[in-house]
Design a protein around this ligand. Structure first.
Ligand SMILES: Cc1cc2nc3c(=O)[nH]c(=O)nc-3n(C[C@H](O)[C@H](O)[C@H](O)COP(=O)(O)OP(=O)(O)OC[C@H]3O[C@@H](n4cnc5c(N)ncnc54)[C@H](O)[C@@H]3O)c2cc1C
Length: 545
């Protein structure tokens, strides 16, 4: 075994949370930081060109996970794409920039005891992270590393969708992260000058030249080493060799909502029964690890168009695609600067809710998500919806002591009847929006699933159970809180251990009412501040002592 040195902070996972942390912690030149990422670098045109992400849905930049057979999803094993590349999900996602509503964060405090995480308290981290090209105070930041901008050239189908949403009865909303989430409009996106702005681009790239930051890719962290109740380093596999890196101050697990519980479990931290089933001895019992998995369960409705209108006509070599490619390479504009998921909105499935409970994404394209009918390229559009506050809870369990083995992931989609009702409400509203007069000239036919009629309640129930899929927003598997099923404290320290934190989407005790990248960036911004504060505290105590 090689011994590869000691760093103040060792970060396991170079995704959204890991890149923010590496960038922020290494701003202090007196500390050394090591960032380890299982995937490769983000050098790939399809990562940085906003419209390129559908090309990354297979291949080495994603983990290729699938769920366990879904009891409430007609027994399907649902593909669960997650980033396996520097930047993590932020390098392969559709770049929609949303933050949820104040009630999400206030609920973390009132329902889970997460002191310090109210909407008012986390606002400064959202603002600190953001560099918005159009909006400013009080809801937006303009000086942060994360580029946020409007679409370069909204597609005519997206414009028609936004008008159709208004005809349906939703107000036009020019800022889903402003005073009001309700309404329909164009999404702002995590892009800058026509290029993707992931946390790897925003935070890590400017930090790479710092001598106190080491970044290693294609390294699988296989274990956190615990000695006398303290995390003192990690073991990793790199190019077939086992390596050990020690952490003088902290090990920070940032491996995402599937990877972080798996890494804790591989290290003997978790529910003893789950660990025993995988042949792993318990070092620190913590029953909540891998529990509380939540995700948005999206349902797509696909529409066949009257003509060759949609963006996926550029998905194959053609004169139009070549022209679009040249325009993008020369000017970073044109159809390839589109994030594809261009427009959307927030509505109510249950009118008694205080804030919207349904979210929509409109795509002027028909990407063949699992189970969606495939249409001739250029002739399809998609509207998907999900219930933003799902009640179903799932699990992530390590499958074996072999770190290369995928964990057993059971999102348990649609286990709660209320989630089914809300999924149906989303599909019904999708159909109603697309029937409005602004969309009418573009639509030849609705194409639902395999073509089986969806009209009666039973048919709706069967439709959402047959076609519900991940929205790529898993969270909650190393939940923050003070109750016994929580995994980390409000300072993100693993309960009962020293020198070990989790900093990524897995710490959300409850899913936010929106997409999850911006909230994860906020979490890591706040964590970096807490980590540096705690280090200062320790130093002053040592000096004073
Ligand atoms: C296809 C897709 C579309 C999405 N669309 C949007 C969107 O439009 N808007 C939005 O806001 N959010 C979106 N999201 C969600 C958003 O990207 C995630 O919420 C966010 O990236 C989560 O950050 P994270 O740090 O928790 O995990 P990740 O970003 O997944 O990072 C975890 C990292 O850890 C690495 N890792 C895991 N295990 C190990 C190990 N053992 N050793 C070393 N490294 C390890 C992984 O390879 C990964 O890079 C999308 C996600 C996906 C996958």
């Amino acid at each position: 075994m090689f011994y590869d040195g000691a760093y103040d902070y060792v970060i396991a996972g170079g995704g959204t949370g890991g890149c923010v942390l590496a960038g922020r912690l290494s701003e202090d030149p007196t500390v050394s930081v090591l960032l380890l990422e299982a995937g490769g670098t983000d050098r790939n045109l399809f990562i940085h060109m906003p419209a390129g992400f559908p090309k990354l849905s297979t291949g080495p930049h994603q983990w290729g996970y699938a769920s366990t057979p879904q009891k409430h999803g007609n027994g399907r094993r649902i593909p669960l794409r997650q980033g396996h590349v520097l930047g993590g999900g932020g390098s392969i996602n559709s770049q929609v920039f949303t933050r949820g509503v104040a009630e999400d964060y206030d609920g973390w405090v009132t329902d889970y005891g997460c002191e310090g995480w109210s909407a008012e308290e986390v606002c400064k981290y959202f603002l600190r992270s953001e560099s918005n090209s159009r909006l400013s105070a009080p809801h937006h930041g303009t000086q942060g590393p994360l580029g946020v901008s409007d679409l370069v050239h909204p597609h005519k189908l997206s414009a028609a969708f936004v008008q159709a949403g208004q005809e349906f009865g939703l107000p036009y909303n020019s800022d889903f992260n402003g005073a009001e989430q309700y309404g329909v409009g164009f999404y702002q996106t995590t892009t800058k000058n026509g290029r993707r702005c992931s946390a790897a681009v925003a935070y890590l790239k400017p930090a790479r030249k710092r001598r106190n930051l080491t970044v290693r890719t294609n390294v699988i962290v296989s274990k956190v080493i615990i000695k006398n109740g303290r995390a003192v380093g990690i073991r990793a596999l790199e190019g077939g060799s086992a390596r050990t890196y020690s952490a003088k101050r902290e090990v920070i697990v940032a491996s995402g909502a599937f990877g972080s519980p798996k890494l804790l479990q591989l290290s003997g931290i978790g529910n003893p029964a789950d660990l025993a089933a995988a042949g792993i001895g318990t070092i620190h019992p913590l029953p909540g690890v891998g529990k509380n998995l939540q995700d948005h369960c999206a349902v797509d409705v696909i529409f066949e168009l009257t003509d060759y209108h949609s963006l996926d006509r550029l998905n194959r070599v053609s004169p139009a695609a070549i022209m679009a490619g040249l325009e993008y390479l020369a000017l970073h504009s044109g159809p390839f600067a589109s994030t594809v998921v261009e427009a959307g909105g927030f509505s109510y499935g249950n009118k008694d809710e205080k804030t919207p409970d349904l979210q929509f994404h409109f795509l002027p394209a028909a990407r063949a998500e699992v189970g969606c009918p495939t249409l001739r390229p250029g002739f399809g559009a998609t509207l998907n919806s999900y219930f933003v506050r799902p009640r179903s809870r799932g699990t992530v369990r390590v499958a074996s002591s072999d770190p290369a083995k995928a964990p057993l992931i059971d999102p348990n989609y649609l286990a709660d009847d209320y989630d089914v009702e809300m999924a149906i409400a989303g599909v019904q509203q999708s159909r109603q929006i697309m029937e409005q007069s602004s969309m009418a000239p573009f639509i030849r036919a609705e194409r639902m699933g395999d073509g089986t009629p969806v009209e009666t309640r039973d048919e709706y129930v069967n439709f959402v159970r047959s076609y519900g899929r991940t929205s790529y927003h898993p969270v909650g598997t190393c939940a923050m809180g003070t109750k016994e099923d929580s995994v980390v404290s409000p300072r993100l320290k693993v309960h009962g251990l020293e020198g070990l934190r989790v900093v990524d989407s897995s710490i959300m005790p409850r899913l936010v009412s929106s997409n999850t990248q911006a909230p994860t960036i906020m979490i890591a911004e706040k964590a970096a501040e807490m980590i540096l504060e705690d280090a200062l505290d320790t130093t002053s105590r040592v000096v004073a002592g």
